[in-house]
Structures are given as structure tokens and as C-alpha cells.
Design a protein. Sequence first.
Length: 177
Amino acid sequence: AIRFSGGSLTYAELDLYASRLAAHLAARGVTKESIVGVLSERSPDMLIAVLAVLKAGGAYLPLDPAYPKERLSYMLKDSGAALLLTQRGCSAPNFSGETLEIDMTSLAGEKTENHVFTPADGGSLAYVIYTSGSTGQPKGVAVEHRQAVSFLTGMQHQFALQEDDIVMVKTSFSFDA
């Protein structure tokens, strides 16, 4: 599924880690349309966190560690996020909710059997993205699953990606294509 410096993850491994974190998030109250901040560089941990939030039924809020702490704090407060997932080494902003560090190794004992996740539907939030704020205060834009699926379906028709294709992403995690 992904290759990175230091290793790779199969689709089954990626799904297992995401399911373990999703169960952990659900136990902390994440459900359909809960907004969860994800403060991370591009990495396997970031991908696991995003998939876990979606599996739990929540919507993720991508947070770029390069942003000023004041902007990150504003986005967390304005979005109503109650939980923040951070990557080791990322300095967390001022946040009144619960903060959890994303760590694949700590998920090893997390049980996923018999866990029922709240399924999202087309009208459910998938993620919240913030504008650049170049004309003033950044504004949050809520993106539903149906909008994301429509975009990705259009891209698949345009470029017809196959299973063995590799896609390089060079934009920031918090930039919405």
C-alpha cells in the first residue's frame, strides 16, 4: 500500500493499524461527524491517522506542523475538534481537548474484534479544510464524502490509475487539491 524510508506497509497491515487506532478513537467518543485534528508530516502515521478517523466515522482536520501555533490553535477551536492526533516530534499548539500521539507500535495491543464502527454516508463529513487566510481570517470548509468521491471518480476517469501505479504528492497535507 505504501513505501517509505525504512519500510513499507501492505494493504492488510495499513488496514490493521487503522482499525486499531479507529477502535481507540471510538472508545474516546469519536463517532459520525466528530472532528479530529491530525497534526503530522506526510508519513505512514499520518495515513493511518486519517484512515482511522474515517473508519471511526469522524472527519479529519489536516494540520500542517509548519503553520504558526496561533493558526493551528485557531483552526482547532474554530472547527470544534475535541481530539488532536499528533505525530512524535510535532509541537502541539494550545488546545483544550485531548491530545494523543500517533504511534504504530503502541497500537499493537488494541483489539478490533467485535467493534462496530458508525458508518458514514455520502452526506457525512469526511474532512474540514481551511483556506489560506490571505484575505483575512482562515475559513473552514466542510467536505462531505460524496464530494470527495466525486472528485476521485473524476480523477480516475481522467488518469485511469492502476493498482501498480505510484502517485507522488508534493503539496502540503493541509492543501486541498
